[in-house]
Ligand binder design. Structure first.
Ligand code: PHE
Length: 454
């Protein structure tokens, strides 16, 4: 096996890079809303089940495979069994799609970060976002023209992606993660501390955590929990396998998987508290019920939050800059991980020097992202996000669990990771990979298909 593969300089560097990939836009703007709309406090039950029955076991599987077979997804699967290399290309396709729309959202985020200094969105953040900023067309087929500020933002993101991956594992990804992640944590803590001390914060937190136990019986809520855990842990995109292929021979793989999952969880709760505290402030100050101000995703970051920042006076400027910087920091470490997973697969398959491959890849990536800078960018985002979340990622998880559980046998990976890990996993893990994960993922997939055609 290839001995000259690059390596992380330190184990903490690897963990930070993996957490950096996991902690992304999904933690800050997706998770809070998912919790709120799926039973609040009661969502913890499906969420924790998803973490323990699919999140952590698959993370151990991906780490273990990358480490044992020393390759990106296609190479690792090919080394496990030549017939299954094609499965390894699937996550690379998902990653490429995610990367294009991720770079578009990051471009918006950078722009909003700079606008926070003056609150340039004015009094009507809703109309500003759709009409003045996105210049959204009236149909997904109407591409119209390029929106230049968005294209410039996308170019900036691709230059950052290129620069970090060009520098390589140690001096690029590891160094960046060591700076961005701690900074992100500090920013989040400031947002939370400021958020919870504002008037009305408790209204938001109450509504976030009040459990609606009936929801636990709803299969839709379980699908949401698995979808969130998958997306948030960057599972099924080839990243975790690729990252662990750069680990030295002796590393505690099992422990790393638990650490990544728990740190990601911690970030999710921290941001949920920050986000809902601030939404509570908005509801209180406008004298409207919480239900009217709660949104997730794009509506949260680019419409609701700018509105709150406008109401808040100077703290609005500060929180605005902090909030959008947190999205930028979290997003960059995730988008870099996607670039790395794709480049690494190409290098493993076709050879070539990292610097060259990364450069070409980023040029192609940027060119493809140009359609997202058109007036129809937002429509494309919706279509792709739906496709990736419901099918792309889950299918890969299912195929991985199936191949490893039934053909190559989980024992191969368990014995490998247990040999080098201080923290040992038992036979329960084999059972999960063989039966529990594939069954649950099949149910979710079928449910998603049924919903699609309903
Ligand atoms: N985990 C990232 C998030 O929570 C998203 C992501 C998914 C990044 C897949 C890379 C790969 O936002």
């Amino acid at each position: 096996m290839q001995e000259n593969r690059e390596q992380w300089a330190t184990k903490i560097g690897f963990i930070l890079a993996a957490i950096g990939s996991a902690v992304g836009l999904g933690n800050i703007w997706r998770f809070p809303y998912v919790v709120y709309s799926n039973g609040g406090g009661a969502f913890l039950i499906p969420y924790l089940c998803a973490i323990f029955t699919a999140g952590i076991p698959l993370l151990i599987l991906e780490y273990g495979m990358g480490h044992k077979f020393k390759g990106s997804t296609p190479l690792s699967l090919a080394r496990a069994n030549k017939k299954f290399e094609w499965i390894g290309w699937w996550p690379i396709i998902s990653s490429s799609v995610i990367l294009c729309y991720y770079s578009m959202i990051l471009s918006w985020t950078i722009k909003y970060m700079t606008m926070s200094f003056t609150k340039a969105w004015g009094q009507d953040s809703n109309s500003f976002f759709y009409n003045d900023f996105l210049k959204l067309s009236d149909s997904p087929l109407n591409f119209g023209s390029i929106v230049w500020p968005i294209l410039i933002g996308i170019a900036i993101i691709w230059i950052i992606n290129w620069f970090i991956c060009y520098k390589g594992i140690k001096s690029g990804i590891e160094k960046t993660s060591k700076i961005l992640l701690p900074s992100l944590l500090v920013i989040m803590i400031i947002i939370v501390l400021r958020g919870i001390t504002l008037e009305g914060a408790s209204v938001g937190l109450n509504i976030l955590f009040t459990p609606d136990w009936d929801k636990v019986k709803n299969p839709q809520v379980w699908i949401a929990a698995y979808g969130q855990v998958f997306f948030s842990l960057s599972i099924g995109t080839g990243i975790m396998m690729t990252y662990s292929s750069y680990l030295p021979k002796k590393t505690d793989i099992n422990n790393s998987a638990f650490m990544t999952a728990f740190a990601n969880c911690g970030f999710e709760f921290l941001s949920a508290i920050g986000v809902f505290a601030i939404l509570g402030v908005m509801a209180t100050s406008q004298g409207v019920p919480m239900e009217e101000v709660v949104t997730g995703g794009i509506g949260l970051a680019f419409i609701a939050f700018p509105k709150v920042f406008t109401i808040m006076g100077v703290w609005g400027n500060i929180l605005g800059v902090l909030f959008f910087s947190s999205l930028v920091f979290a997003g960059i470490t995730s988008s870099v991980s996607l670039v790395e997973a794709i480049s690494s697969a190409i290098i493993d398959k076709f050879g070539g020097e990292r610097k060259k491959v990364v450069t070409y890849m980023c040029l192609i990536g940027f060119t493809t992202s140009i359609v997202f800078a058109s007036n129809a960018g937002l429509y494309l985002l919706d279509i792709m996000d739906n496709f990736i979340n419901n099918y792309g990622i889950v299918v890969v998880g299912l195929l991985e669990a199936f191949v490893m559980g039934w053909i190559i046998k989980p024992k191969v990976i368990r014995e490998h990771t247990n040999k080098i890990s201080y923290f040992k996993i038992g036979k329960w893990w084999d059972v999960i990979i063989k039966y529990v994960t594939p069954t649950l993922l099949t149910i979710i997939l079928v449910q998603s298909l049924i919903n699609e055609f309903k």
